[in-house]
Design a protein around this ligand. Structure first.
Ligand SMILES: Cc1cc2nc3c(=O)[nH]c(=O)nc-3n(C[C@H](O)[C@H](O)[C@H](O)COP(=O)(O)OP(=O)(O)OC[C@H]3O[C@@H](n4cnc5c(N)ncnc54)[C@H](O)[C@@H]3O)c2cc1C
Length: 382
């Protein structure tokens, strides 16, 4: 999108590309290229390399150790990470919790957590969803009852990505069960996962991976100093965090990489002598998806450029998920039976990627829920 990228931005793209080429360990690049996720150790190594360069948190203000980049630089960086492929900065540490602590945390929380999040000295996970409280998140039941200088936490979280190797969980808990509006009785707590009374159990997803978990709290004691912001105001902070999460899940860089992969596959099929009548259909389909992706990128720039606000993040999330699923579907269909093989373009585990892509329209809030939010907050529909 040259519309947005000045000569300075183009030079920056080259700088990022050179940095990744020089610093991304080969084994990590190969693992990600093969369709794997970054492990805990991968994340530590890469996050620390980025942090040493001052790039650990693209959107954080420089006063807190972030890069303080404009929207164009953030997108260029995301594009180049996806193309390499290199892990993006830690999603839970950098994209979700960091901004909440910067905006709503205490000085002591900023001092303790921000440097550790930046350098992946600790890794955090997100304890929002519960059985029966996913789309209807505000109905969550995990309770935190204050006893002196501590909260006593009881309940269960589910679908907690990476909890099995995270050090802390940022959790929504119910601190006022009597609140008239259920949103008004929720608080945002930082909980050390090593605390007594916490059990993490694995959930293996349909793609065979262990990323998801259940987390149980049985009289876990959490210092009151780990409350973020004010008691019973956690819903406001959660909405702020979800705005960042949803804008991230739109995944424009990742979608560009998938479109490039589809085009490479098209070239390969042409070189293998597949007839034009077969290729033309795929070419048209890819072109339509790419046009949708450009439109999404324009929308994102409008949002980050200050012309709109985080109210639009559900739209980015819903549209980016649809595009990711559409392009993944095209790549799988173009590959035919090779989608099951371990050596095709698009990674050796295309089928696994396809299965994972189905989850993108669910996590961070399902597409249906994003549309409900947009209808209420943007379109003011009854
Ligand atoms: C891979 C993956 C990773 C995840 N990681 C995390 C994590 O790290 N931390 C965390 O807290 N959560 C995580 N989640 C949970 C995720 O946020 C929830 O799955 C999601 O919010 C949907 O909630 P649910 O699963 O309870 O589905 P439900 O809420 O039961 O929804 C079921 C279906 O009903 C539809 N539906 C529900 N309500 C409405 C409505 N009002 N109008 C129209 N349709 C509706 C939904 O769109 C969906 O299709 C993860 C989920 C997945 C799949």
């Amino acid at each position: 999108m040259d519309l947005f990228y000045s000569d300075e931005h183009k030079a920056f793209r080259q700088e990022v590309r050179d940095f990744i080429a020089a610093n991304l360990p080969d084994d990590m690049r190969e693992r990600l290229r093969a369709g794997g996720f970054a492990s805990k150790t991968d994340t530590e190594r890469w996050q620390r390399a980025l942090n040493r360069r001052g790039w650990g948190a693209p959107a954080w203000p420089t006063a807190f150790g972030g890069a303080g980049w404009d929207a164009a630089k953030q997108q260029i960086f995301a594009d180049e990470c996806a193309a390499a492929p290199a892990p993006p900065p830690h999603i839970f540490n950098i994209t979700m919790l960091g901004p909440v602590i910067i905006h709503f945390g205490s000085d002591a929380q900023r001092e303790y957590f921000l440097p550790k999040l930046l350098n992946a000295d600790i890794q955090v996970c997100q304890g929002f969803s519960e059985p029966g409280s996913g789309s209807d998140l505000a109905s969550l039941k995990t309770s935190a009852v204050r006893e002196g200088d501590e909260y006593v936490v009881n309940g269960q979280k589910i679908w907690t990505s990476q909890a099995h190797y995270s050090d802390w969980v940022f959790a929504l808990v119910r601190t006022d069960p009597e609140a008239v509006r259920k949103q008004a009785g929720i608080s945002f707590l930082l909980i050390d996962l090593k605390s007594p009374g916490i059990t993490v159990r694995p959930i293996i997803s349909i793609d065979g991976r262990h990323s998801l978990n259940e987390v149980f709290f049985d009289n876990a004691r959490v210092p009151v100093t780990n409350l973020v912001g004010e008691e019973n105001k956690g819903w406001d902070y959660a909405k702020f965090l979800l705005g960042h999460e949803r804008a991230y899940i739109a995944g424009i860089g990742r979608n560009k990489e998938r479109v490039a992969c589809a085009k490479a596959l098209l070239t390969k099929l042409a070189s293998e002598g597949h007839p034009e009548r077969e290729l033309a259909g795929w070419r048209g389909r890819i072109a339509l998806i790419e046009a949708d992706l450009h439109a999404l990128e324009v929308t994102q720039f409008r949002m980050h450029g200050g012309h709109a606000d985080m109210k639009l993040s559900p739209m980015l999330k819903a549209r980016g998920s649809e595009i990711f699923q559409a392009i993944t579907d095209v790549i799988c269909r173009m590959s035919g039976p090779a989608a099951l093989r371990a050596d095709g373009i698009g990674g050796p585990t295309l089928t696994k990627s396809y299965l994972y892509s189905r989850a993108v329209s669910i996590f961070g809030g399902s597409t249906e829920v994003q549309k409900n939010i947009l209808s209420a907050t943007v379109l003011s529909l009854p």
